[in-house]
Write a protein that binds this ligand. Sequence first.
Ligand SMILES: [Zn+2]
Length: 212
Amino acid sequence: MEDASGMLLTGGDGQRFRFDAGTLCLEFLLSGAVEPWELLREPADLAAWAPLTRLGIEGPVTVGPGDLTAARRLRAAIWRLAVRSAGAEGVPGVPAPIEDPPADRALGRDAAGGTEDDLRVLNAAASAPPPVPVIGAGRERGWAYPVTGSQFLSAVARDAIDLFSGPRAGRVRMCAGVNCHLIFLDTSRPGARRWCSMSRCGNRQKLRTRRS
Ligand SMILES: [Zn+2]
């Protein structure tokens, strides 16, 4: 079912495919955790990107001047924690995250790449109020608008805290495809999901196996 939900992505070769990251904080990495995929270049980009996520934001998002930097810092922290959870920190070719401002975090981190700093970044973002849920006249669920950038980042950070502090952290995977660094939460029952998408890396592997 993973091809029926998630975000529509375009690969470096132009192929369009659906990718389900499985949870909000890993979905957030798709905003450009690594080069050359950066989609958050100015504050308006964050406001435009937030409604694409599984949060279901259908109204306006207002973004303040500090939100872009906060977003990229939070995203970099989630990337490192996710790479580590996926056991991919030693895998050759795994890119370093885009960070803004550039890394001045040489101090205080351990060699494996999961850092106290990253946890602090999560905690700081989560300490802001999250989006406020509302119920409409037709019993439909929505959010109080506008959703602010800091509310959105708080929702992402809270999801990350849930993920990395619990048993689901063991289900964080990096796609097994060659040069594919998409990270997802394996929500399948057997926990055997290997690919970002069957129609992308799953298919390539099938072709490769058939050829050899
Ligand atoms: Zn893949």
